[in-house]
Design a protein around this ligand. Structure first.
Ligand code: CIR
Length: 254
């Protein structure tokens, strides 16, 4: 059975980290309603949702993806690139401990889960403002014994690797080629986002269906035409905090 760890939107989300967007007011209740929709979409797809309580003082704590990498064999507790986000990992380590052997990325290395894209046994790690080569070396040391290959990928113009590319089918990536080069991903086929929808490359794949934001109709049409099945959710309120759909869960086999 698939399990998703999620966390309620913090009342302090207005103080979130921002890198590429200007600060605009965020309606906490609306963000919470949209987050409920997202959890319902996960449940609809047969995922068991473990919803953690709000962390009132941790502004970005809804974005649980950035705190850990969970694989079938182990989990790695990450060291988020933004200092304000590092206290988020403690509660995630506690909840993951019964499920997996844990490794920890050690200082001074920095890496956000938003920069980690797993495709089968390949782990792509974005070199971004949040993630560095020291962390990539540590991930390599943890994961080589389990047969994973770790690849560094340059990203430009966006927060995370998964702002630029995510998996939408077994061998298919949804990509914004302005932010990441296709040559990094040998053997994959690609669906390009519509160039007028820069943030459209982030989707959550569950089985053969994606959870996808309603904000990108042109890219949605391309996905439909490619035969990708989807459940759509409103996600524009958390997008003001530079969060997308992958950011709001940690999904693993229970
Ligand atoms: C941050 O800048 O850390 C948050 N405001 C947004 C994090 C989004 N997380 C993700 O894409 N994995």
């Amino acid at each position: 059975m698939l399990i998703a760890i999620t966390r309620e939107v913090s009342r302090s989300i207005i103080n979130c980290e921002l890198t590429h967007l200007a600060r605009t007011p965020i309606d906490v209740e609306r963000a919470r309603d949209q987050h409920d929709q997202y959890e319902s979409a996960l449940k609809h797809l047969g995922v068991a949702v473990l919803s953690l309580p709000e962390e009132p003082t941790l502004a970005d704590s809804v974005f649980v993806e950035d705190t850990a990498l969970v694989l079938d064999e182990c989990a790695i507790i990450l060291r988020p690139g933004a200092e304000s986000r590092r206290p988020e990992t403690e509660s995630i380590a506690k909840i993951l401990a019964p499920y997996r052997k844990l490794f920890h990325v050690e200082a001074p290395a920095r890496v956000d889960g938003g920069d980690i894209l797993r495709v089968g046994k390949r782990i792509y790690v974005g070199l971004s403002t949040r993630s560095d080569t020291n962390a990539i070396e540590q991930l390599q040391d943890f994961l080589q014994p389990y047969g994973y290959e770790v690849h560094a990928v340059m990203v430009t113009g966006c927060l995370h690797l998964k702002s630029a590319v995510t998996q939408v089918a077994e061998n298919t990536l949804l990509i914004n080629p302005a932010w990441v080069n296709k040559n990094n991903f040998d053997g994959m086929t690609f669906i390009e986002i519509d160039p007028s929808e820069s943030y459209a490359a982030n989707a959550v794949l569950i089985g053969e269906t994606i959870i996808y934001p309603t904000s990108f109709p042109k890219t949605q049409k391309k996905l439909d035409e490619a035969g990708i099945k989807m459940v759509t959710v409103d996600a524009d309120e958390l997008a003001k905090a530079e969060g997308a759909v992958t950011c709001c869960s940690l999904i693993f086999n229970g």
